[in-house]
Design a protein around this ligand. Structure first.
Ligand SMILES: [Zn+2]
Length: 258
């Protein structure tokens, strides 16, 4: 098989004469042996190249939360350029090899929240902060075979190595929600209203809980707001959030669905 013929735009594609099911299997198999490409700029050689690492390492100004968000949310960096591409590839294209890099950024944002938010500081070190990943939609979760945000959150929490943190995916969707991608601010809020709840088996964890919500990206804040509402309805007394990246207001939000 001519490899060059099958590669388009940096991704391997099976020749047209190969049946669909076989093509999918071949794509997976070939992905194991072809050189990995950077999740931020598609340069060959590594999952995350030095240039993208430098770009992602540019922090947002100040150590405080992203202005105007409710609940308050801390972000490691701007969700733009390579970070935006990497977040999308991790969540939507199954690029689990980007998780260590994204988890490092997420851990940075979580640490900032833990050391600057008075509610989180008051809860530690003797108490517990419940770290809660925002659930991905049911359909997306099925398609991807795992909850990418939950896996990312668990990795970042382990990296922090803080015994006062308990990471638990206590939230679930109570009904299907539409893909947020094409929705504006008001439509996102309406789409998500009342769509999340705490799992019955985890309700006891929420009694007077102090929570650090986690998502990969904040765009309009509608997802975090609904998740915070569900946690507070179940008994949480304080909820703030941390994300890898905050979508800049001037950036097109069409491709990031949060
Ligand atoms: Zn790169």
């Amino acid at each position: 098989m001519d490899e060059r013929r099958g590669r388009r735009g940096g991704r391997w594609t099976a020749p047209a004469e190969v049946p669909g099911a076989v093509r999918a299997g071949l794509r997976d198999a070939v992905g194991l042996v072809l050189p990995v490409r950077c999740g931020g700029c598609a340069a060959p050689g590594a999952a995350w190249c030095p240039g993208c690492r430098r770009a992602a390492g540019v922090p947002l100004p100040g150590s405080g939360p992203v202005p105007g968000a409710d609940p308050q949310v801390w972000a490691a960096t701007a969700c733009a350029g390579p970070v935006r591409l990497a977040v999308t590839a991790h969540k939507d294209a199954g690029r689990a090899d980007l998780r260590p890099e994204l988890a490092g950024l997420l851990a940075t944002a979580m640490h900032r929240a833990l050391v600057t938010d008075p509610g989180l500081r008051a809860a530690r070190p003797d108490g517990t902060v419940l770290v809660v990943p925002v659930p991905t939609s049911r359909r997306a979760g099925r398609r991807r075979g795992e909850d990418a945000v939950a896996a990312l959150t668990a990795t970042a929490t382990r990296r922090l190595g803080d015994p006062s943190l308990t990471c638990r995916p206590v939230l679930r969707h109570t009904r299907p929600v539409a893909d947020q991608t094409a929705l504006g601010r008001a439509a996102r809020a309406a789409n998500l209203a009342g769509s999340m709840a705490v799992r019955a088996a985890d309700l006891r964890l929420l009694d007077h809980a102090v929570c650090l919500l986690v998502d990969d990206v904040v765009t309009t804040g509608a997802t975090l707001a609904e998740a915070a509402r569900a946690l507070q309805a179940a008994g949480a007394v304080h909820v703030v959030a941390a994300v890898v990246g905050a979508t800049p207001p001037t950036t097109s939000r069409a491709r990031v669905s949060a």
